[in-house]
Design a protein around this ligand. Structure first.
Ligand code: E4P
Length: 214
């Protein structure tokens, strides 16, 4: 299973890369806005740091505009992946960009049929948003289970990125379902390491070491 970081925080990405825990990065216009930096500048810096794919999203709504934007993004670095929205125009753009050798990530996916369409369009990645489904009282992880079941019936090249991850349970459930990738915000990534019994165990061993015969 691959871990992507869902952030444009260069310091946090660098730390995770150094631990061998960051296989890629996803961004969107909100994430870029929060970084306080320009999209081109920050994405180029991230792409140089990360060994794997870095997703970048534009704002065009028609296929021609998305292809133009995506072709420009792809010039920034070899590992750029172009995000396109899950619309007819987005799927048209995905097909064209993939034919040009530019990888795409179909984003804002909220149903199994949308994921199926993205796979049929030849996208390299599909991003179902689990947290936003949970937010409206739907079961985000059930969508991942459905998509994994459907994809296992065929030989699509499309990899599933579990997106809009809100807590560590999303990550463990994604792994249990065999999702290819989870894109994880830094605060959730930090939580994956922690367990109170680990902390308590370390403290106890330290205490006992100090008391033991030297
Ligand atoms: C990733 O590709 C998505 O843009 C991101 O996970 C969305 O997360 P959010 O629903 O927390 O904004």
């Amino acid at each position: 299973m691959k871990f992507f970081l869902d952030t444009a925080d260069v310091g946090k990405i660098k730390a995770a890369v150094e631990m061998g825990m960051c296989d890629g990065v996803t961004t969107n216009p909100t994430i870029i806005m929060k970084s306080g930096r320009g999209q081109r500048e920050v994405v180029r810096e991230i792409a140089a740091l990360v060994p794997g794919p870095v997703s970048v999203e534009g704002i065009s709504e028609d296929a021609d505009g998305m292809v133009k934007e995506g072709t420009e993004f792809a010039k920034w670095a070899k590992n750029i992946v172009v995000k396109v929205p899950m619309t007819k125009e987005g799927l048209k753009a995905a097909r064209i960009l993939e034919k040009k050798g530019i990888k795409t990530n179909v984003t804002l996916v909220f149903s199994a049929n949308q994921a199926l369409l993205a796979a049929k369009a030849g996208a390299s990645y599909v991003s179902p948003f689990v947290g936003r489904l949970d937010d409206i009282s739907e079961d985000g992880m059930q969508l991942i289970a459905d998509i994994m079941e459907i994809f296992s019936n065929y030989e699509f090249k499309t990899e599933v990125i579990v997106a809009s991850v809100r807590d560590p349970v999303h990550v463990v459930d994604a792994a249990r379902m065999g999702a290819h990738i989870a894109t994880i915000p830094p605060d959730v990534f930090e939580k994956l390491f922690r367990h109170p019994l680990t902390d308590r165990g370390i403290a106890q061993f330290k205490e006992d070491y100090a008391k033991s015969k030297k």
